[in-house]
Ligand binder design. Structure first.
Ligand code: PEP
Ligand code: MG
Length: 910
C-alpha cells in the first residue's frame, strides 16, 4: 500500500499500533492494540486514526484519499482472523463501530453495534448460534441504534423505539426485553424500520457496506456534537484533536446464560480500596449495563459464583493489566460462552481520595516508583482539595439537583462545600454566632467589602452575586479556607427585603442554602457535608494521626512530594492563626501579608487617618495605628518561628475603608470622625467626596499612597521593625521582607525604599538589635516587568502580583469580569479564567521578561509570586519553568502547590 496510513489493524495476535500511539489511534484504539500485543483476548478489528476525523470535520463529510481502500484491506484481515465474512449469508461477520479520542470522553460520542445485519444475515446468525431470539434481538438493537445514531431519530421528546418496545413487552406480558421471543422481536424489527421511514423519509439500509460507512461517518460527526464540545471545554481538551474510530468484530454477551457483559475497575475508584469491582449482566449486550434498563449485578459480590471460570479469567486479566499499565484500569468485557473477551481498557478516573490511596498503595506494593505515583495524571493536584475541604455527599447532591433545588452556577472561588442559614449582613452573622457558636450560616452579599470580614469569619461559606476569582470575597475566603462562590449574577439578592430570587424560587433570610465551592453550584435547602479528616488532624486537632488512614497516606505522599520539588511554597496570610494553619499544611514562609487586612480590625483608626486633612492630624491618627500593627506583626513573626515573612505596605484605594456608602450605612460615623479629628461633619463629607474615584483600581492606591502620605509608610516600616526586634529578643529568628506595592517606576520604588530603610535603621539603632531584612517590590504592572532591570538595581526581591498584573495587562477588571467570562468560556474566546490560571501567552511573557531583566541586573534575585495564581496547579508549573524561587498561596492551597511543584519537576524530566 502506498501513501499515508490511516487505518490500523489489530487481531490474530498482532497489531499495527501500540499504547504509545494514542495521539493518532485514540486511547481506545491504542489500548486495544496494546492488549493484543500483551496476549490478551481481543476481538479483531481496525482503527481509523484521528487524522481521518480532522479531515472529515474540516471537509464536512469527506474522507482523505485512500481511506476506503485501507478499510477494505483491514476488513479482509478481520474476516480472516475471525473466520467469518462481512455480509455473507451463511457465515456473517458483524462489527461494532466506536469512537475513541486521545483523552477519554466517557459517553460523549456515538457507538453502533451489530453492523452487518439485514434480513438475510440475520437468518444465518440464527442458524449459526442456534438461537433465533438472540439473532433477532441483535437485529432489533442494530436497527434501533443505527436509526438513532446514524439516521438522526434521536432527540424526539418521546423515544419512539422505546415506546414500541414497551408496547411489545406489555402485549407479551413480560418485564424485560430479554424475555421477548423471536417472533415478537421480528415484529419489532419491522416496526422499527417503519418508524425510521416515517421519521426520516428514508429506508433502513440493507447493504452492510453502506451500514459500515454510515456508522463510521456518525462516529466522526459525533466529535462535533454539543455534549462533546461542552465536555472538551470543561476538561481543556483541544477541539482540533479529533477522535479515532474503532471497527471491531462483535462478540456476544447475549447468546444465553453462559454469556455476560460488563464494565469493571481493577480497584475501587471512589475510595481507592484494592480489589476488582464493577457491574455485569448475564445474557445481555454492552449498552444494557450502562443504560439502566436492568439492574446490574456486582462483579465483586456474585460473578465468582455465577461464572467461576469467567471470574477467574477476568481477575487474571485485571492483574496482568495493572502490572502492565502500572495503574488502575477501567475495562469493558464480554463473556461469550464462558470465554472472556476484552473490549476496552483505560487508566481509570478516580476521586481525590482514591487517587491518593491508589498512589500510596501502588508504591507500597512495589508496582510504581514514588515519582510515577505522584504524576499529574494520577493525582491532579486540585483533587487534593477533596481531602482538605468538607465535601457534599455525591448522592445527596444528585438528589438535590433531581428535586430541582439547583438555583444557579457562579464562579467557584473557594473550594469546599458549605450549607447554612442564609444571612444577609455580616453584623447579623456575627450576632447570631455570638449567641450560638454552633450556628451554621452562609453569608450572602451582592459583593463584599472589608467590613464583611467578621461575618465571613463566622460563616461556613460566602456567596456573592458580583465579583470574580480575585475579588475581595474570593481571596479572603480562600485565606480562611471557606467555601465561596462569587459572580452568581443570576441571583437577585435583596438584603433589605431579605430575599434571594432565582427564577421563580424565592429564599428568605434564615432559609437553608448550600453552596459547592468546587463547582460554583448553589442549591436551595440543606445538602449534607462531610468534614476533612486531614483538617481534623492538622488544624482542629479533634482526631489523632493514628486514627486516620487518610491522614497517614496524605503524609506519606507529601513527604515524597517534598523530596522532589524545587519551588518553595509560602502562604498568603495576615493573621497568626492563618499562618499557623499554613505551617501545618507545609508552608515555608509568608509570601504576602496584606497589611490592610490587619486594619479590618481597627477601622475607626484607619478611617481617622484617611479623613485627616493635614499632615499633622494624619500623623496623629497614623501613630494610633502603630501599636496595633506592631502587635499584629509580632504575632505573625512568632507564628512563623524563624521562617521569612513578606509584608506588603498599604495597597488598596482608601475609599474601600471610607466612602459615601459607609457614611450612609452608619449614620453616626461622620460625627464620630469629626469629633475625633476636631473638624466639622461637612469637612468629613468633603473629604469623602475628594476620595471618590471613577476608576479606583487604577487610581490612588499602591505605593502612590505611601508616596503622597509618607507618614503611613514610615509608620508601617517602624511597626514591622519594632516587632521584628522584640520577637528576635524573645529568641525567635525573624526575617522580614518589606514589600512595596504597585510600583511601575524605579523612582516610585526608590522613594518608598528610602523611607523604609531610613526608618528601619533608626529602629535597629534604638533597639540595639541586628535583624536582617530586605526591601523589595511587587511586580503588578506591565511597566514594572518591562523595566525590571532598572527596578532591580535597588529592589532586593520581586514578587509577582498576578491579580493586578492580569488586570492591567488584559485591561480586564478583576472585580467585574464575572459578567462576561462565562460567555467568553462558552465561546472559546479564551481557554480558561485568566484570574485563576495565568494567561501564559500574555501575562506569562511579561513575567518571563521581569525574571530575565531583573536577574540581568541582580543575579540570584529572589523572585516569587503572590497573586491568587500561586495556588493554581498549571500556574505553579509555569512558575517552576520560569525559575521562580517560590509560590505563595492561601493556607488551604499549600498542599496543592507543593504537589504541583513536584509535578513540575517530573514534567520537566519527562
Ligand atoms: C496581586 O495583585 O496579585 C496581589 C497579590 O495583590 P492584591 O491582590 O492585594 O491586589
Ligand atoms: Mg495587587
Amino acid at each position: 500500500m502506498s501513501g499515508q496510513k490511516y487505518v490500523y489493524f489489530f487481531g490474530a495476535g498482532k497489531a499495527d499500533g501500540d499504547a504509545t500511539m494514542r495521539n493518532t489511534l485514540g486511547g481506545k484504539g491504542a489500548n486495544l492494540a496494546e492488549m493484543i500485543n500483551i496476549g490478551l483476548p481481543v476481538p479483531a478489528g481496525f482503527t481509523l486514526n484521528t487524522e481521518v476525523c480532522i479531515h472529515y470535520s474540516k471537509t464536512k463529510g469527506e474522507y482523505p484519499e485512500g481511506v476506503e481502500a485501507q478499510v477494505e484491506e483491514a476488513l479482509a484481515k478481520v474476516e480472516e482472523a475471525m473466520g467469518a465474512k462481512f455480509g455473507c449469508d451463511t457465515n456473517p461477520l458483524l462489527v461494532s463501530c466506536r469512537s475513541g479520542a486521545r483523552e477519554s470522553m466517557p459517553g460523549m460520542m456515538d457507538t453502533v453495534l451489530n453492523i452487518g445485519l439485514n434480513d438475510t444475515t440475520v437468518q444465518a446468525l440464527a442458524k449459526q448460534s442456534g438461537n433465533e431470539a438472540f439473532a433477532w434481538d441483535s437485529y432489533r438493537r442494530f436497527v434501533q441504534m443505527y436509526g438513532e445514531v446514524v439516521m438522526g431519530m434521536k432527540g424526539a421528546d418521546e423515544d419512539p423505539f422505546e415506546h414500541a418496545l414497551e408496547a411489545k413487552r406489555e402485549a407479551a406480558g413480560v418485564q424485560y426485553d430479554s424475555e421477548l421471543n423471536a417472533e415478537q422481536l421480528k415484529e419489532l424489527v419491522a416496526e422499527f424500520k417503519t418508524l425510521i421511514k416515517e421519521g426520516t423519509g428514508k429506508d433502513f439500509p440493507t447493504d452492510p457496506k453502506q451500514q459500515i460507512w454510515g456508522a463510521i461517518g456518525a462516529v466522526f460527526s459525533s466529535w462535533d456534537n454539543d455534549r462533546a464540545v461542552v465536555y472538551r471545554r470543561d476538561y481543556g481538551i483541544p477541539h482540533e484533536w479529533g477522535t479515532a474510530c474503532n471497527v471491531q468484530a462483535m462478540v456476544y454477551g447475549n447468546l444465553g446464560d453462559d454469556c455476560a457483559t460488563g464494565v469493571g475497575l481493577t480497584r475501587n475508584c471512589s475510595t481507592g480500596e484494592p480489589g476488582f469491582c464493577g457491574d455485569y449482566l448475564i445474557n445481555a449486550q454492552g449498552e444494557d449495563v450502562v443504560a439502566g434498563i436492568r439492574t446490574p449485578k456486582q462483579i465483586e459480590s456474585t460473578l465468582s459464583t455465577d461464572m467461576p471460570d469467567g471470574y477467574k479469567q477476568l481477575d487474571d486479566i485485571g492483574r496482568k493489566l495493572e502490572q502492565h499499565y502500572k495503574d488502575v484500569q477501567d475495562i469493558e468485557f464480554t463473556i461469550q460462552r464462558g470465554k472472556v473477551w476484552m473490549l476496552q481498557t483505560r487508566n481509570a478516573k478516580r476521586t481525590g481520595f482514591a487517587a491518593v490511596r491508589i498512589a500510596v498503595d501502588m508504591v507500597n506494593e512495589g508496582l510504581v516508583s514514588k515519582e510515577q505515583a505522584i504524576t499529574k495524571r494520577r493525582i491532579p493536584a486540585d483533587d487534593l482539595n477533596q481531602l482538605l475541604q468538607p465535601i457534599f455527599d455525591p448522592a445527596e447532591k444528585e438528589k438535590a439537583a433531581k428535586e430541582g433545588n439547583l438555583l444557579t452556577k457562579g464562579i467557584n472561588a473557594g473550594p469546599g462545600a458549605a450549607c447554612g442559614h442564609i444571612c444577609f449582613s455580616a453584623e447579623e452573622a456575627e450576632a447570631i454566632y455570638n449567641r450560638d457558636n454552633s450556628a451554621e450560616l452562609v453569608l450572602v452579599r451582592r459583593e463584599t467589602s472589608p467590613e464583611d470580614l467578621r461575618g465571613m469569619r463566622v460563616s461556613k461559606g460566602i456567596l456573592t452575586a458580583l465579583g470574580g476569582a480575585s475579588s475581595h470575597a474570593a481571596l479572603v475566603s480562600r485565606q480562611m479556607g471557606k467555601a465561596c462562590i462569587v459572580g452568581a449574577s443570576e441571583l437577585k439578592i435583596d438584603s433589605v427585603a431579605g430575599t434571594i430570587t432565582a427564577g421563580d424560587k424565592v429564599l428568605k433570610n434564615g432559609d437553608w442554602i448550600s453552596i459547592d465551592g468546587f463547582t460554583g453550584e448553589v442549591f436551595a435547602g440543606k445538602v449534607e457535608t462531610k468534614p476533612s479528616e486531614i483538617v481534623e488532624v492538622l488544624i482542629s486537632k479533634t482526631m489523632k494521626p493514628e486514627d486516620s488512614e487518610t491522614y497517614q497516606r496524605y503524609e506519606q505522599l507529601m513527604s515524597w512530594v517534598d523530596d522532589i520539588r524545587k519551588l518553595k511554597v509560602r502562604t498568603n496570610a495576615d493573621q497568626p492563626d492563618q499562618a499557623a494553619e499554613a505551617i501545618s499544611f507545609g508552608a515555608e514562609g509568608i509570601g504576602l501579608c496584606r497589611t490592610e487586612h490587619m486594619f479590618f480590625h481597627h477601622l475607626a483608626e484607619i478611617r481617622e487617618m484617611i479623613a485627616a486633612g493635614d499632615v499633622e492630624s494624619r500623623t496623629k491618627a497614623v501613630n494610633k495605628l502603630l501599636p496595633f500593627q506592631r502587635e499584629d506583626f509580632s504575632g505573625i513573626f512568632r507564628a512563623m518561628n524563624g521562617l521569612p515573612v513578606t509584608i506588603r505596605l498599604l495597597d488598596p484605594p482608601l475609599h474601600e475603608f471610607l466612602s459615601d456608602r459607609h457614611l450612609e450605612e452608619n449614620p453616626t460615623l461622620g460625627e464620630e470622625l469629626a469629633n475625633e479629628l476636631g473638624v466639622t461633619v461637612d469637612f468629613i463629607r468633603r473629604r469623602v467626596e475628594e476620595l471618590h474615584e471613577l476608576n479606583p483600581m487604577l487610581g490612588h492606591r499602591g505605593c502612590r499612597l505611601g508616596i503622597v502620605y509618607p507618614e503611613i509608610t514610615a509608620m508601617q516600616a517602624r511597626a514591622i521593625m519594632e516587632a521584628a526586634c522584640d520577637v528576635q529578643k524573645e529568641g525567635i529568628d525573624v526575617y522580614p521582607e518589606i514589600m512595596v506595592p504597585l510600583a511601575g517606576f524605579k523612582t516610585e520604588f526608590d522613594n518608598q525604599a528610602n523611607i523604609i530603610r531610613a526608618e528601619a535603621e533608626k529602629v535597629l539603632e534604638e533597639k540595639g538589635v541586628k535583624v536582617d531584612y530586605l526591601v523589595g517590590t511587587m511586580v503588578e504592572l506591565p511597566r514594572a516587568a518591562i523595566c525590571a532591570d532598572q527596578i532591580a538595581e535597588t529592589a532586593e526581591f520581586f514578587s509577582f502580583g498576578t491579580n493586578d498584573l492580569t488586570q492591567t495587562t488584559l485591561g480586564m477588571s478583576r472585580d467585574d469580569y464575572g459578567t462576561f467570562i462565562g460567555h467568553y468560556r462558552e465561546n472559546d474566546i479564551i481557554p480558561s479564567d485568566p484570574f485563576q490560571t495565568i494567561d501564559q501567552d500574555g501575562v506569562g511573557r511579561l513575567m518571563q521578561t521581569g525574571v530575565e531583566r531583573g536577574r540581568s541586573t541582580r543575579s540570584g534575585l529572589k523572585i516569587g509570586i503572590c497573586g491568587e495564581h500561586g495556588g493554581d496547579p498549571a500556574s505553579v508549573i509555569f512558575c517552576h519553568e520560569l525559575g521562580l524561587d517560590y509560590v505563595s498561596c492561601s493556607p488551604f492551597r499549600v498542599p496543592i502547590a507543593r504537589l504541583s511543584a513536584a509535578q513540575a519537576v517530573l514534567e520537566e524530566k519527562a
